[in-house]
Design a protein around this ligand. Structure first.
Ligand code: ADE
Length: 232
């Protein structure tokens, strides 16, 4: 692996990881600080994209064009869409799609991107397997789930919206960047993985839970990411 791109939407999601970097050089592009350096002798570029799909897609394209990354890993928190997925558990992406892509008025199903050959973007299976292995070894106390990430420019904090996401897309967790990064990675033919720790249940309790559990959720992703980088 030559160069690993790591995207988090918020400072909280990337700062703890950056503390493990050496020889850091920072380049600002599109108002994003791309931090180049090394973790465990692996070359990494860690960047805070900002929240939402547009920021995430722009960030991924810059990682590809300007930093020639060979792989993109998206880390952060998410809302759980399943009863058995608890706060602080981790979801590894099998695939990702955009729940707010809506051309239903034109006869397409919800989530389908018109005139693209696919709207479901699959994570790299080797990265998923590696991440599972790292989870088992490094954070055995945490529940690990592998499934679909559903992304949209919405913070989900409503039971009915959550139920719609589950029935329509059979997602494991919901967040605001993953599928945009996945689509950009797909278009550029580079492998990706989304790693999300659960901060809330994407229902009425989400706002309160998020504030309380964000920090602990992020700690788990940092442990996992360090383990993945070491083994790549
Ligand atoms: N990120 C963390 N929790 C989320 C939620 N409930 N909806 C969207 N993004 C999130």
């Amino acid at each position: 692996m030559n160069r690993i791109g790591i995207i988090g939407a918020m400072d909280e999601e990337v700062n703890k990881l950056k503390e493990h970097m050496s020889d850091i050089k920072v380049e600002k592009i599109a108002a994003m600080d791309f931090c180049l350096g090394f973790i465990d002798e692996k070359e990494v570029v860690i960047v805070r994209s900002g929240i939402g799909k547009v920021n995430a897609a722009i960030c991924t394209q810059i990682l590809v064009d300007r930093f020639q990354v060979d792989v993109v890993i998206n880390t952060g928190v998410a809302g759980s869409l399943r009863n058995e997925i608890n706060i602080a558990d981790i979801v590894l992406s099998t695939d990702a799609l955009q729940h707010d892509m809506d051309a239903t008025g034109f006869g397409y199903e919800a989530g389908i991107i018109p005139r693209m050959e696919t709207s479901i973007f699959f994570a790299d299976q080797k990265l998923v397997s590696l991440a599972k292995e790292v989870c088992r070894e490094e954070i055995p106390e945490i529940g690990i789930h592998t499934g679909r990430v559903v992304t949209g420019d919405q913070f989900i904090s409503d039971r009915r919206k959550k139920e719609w996401l589950v029935s329509q897309f059979d997602g494991y967790c919901t967040e605001m960047e993953g599928a945009a990064i996945a689509q950009a990675a797909y278009l550029n033919q580079i492998p990706f993985l989304i790693v999300r720790a659960i901060s809330d249940k994407a229902d009425q309790s989400a706002e309160m839970a998020y504030a309380e559990f964000e920090e602990i959720a992020i700690k788990n992703t940092v442990r996992l990411l360090l383990g993945i980088i070491k083994r790549l």
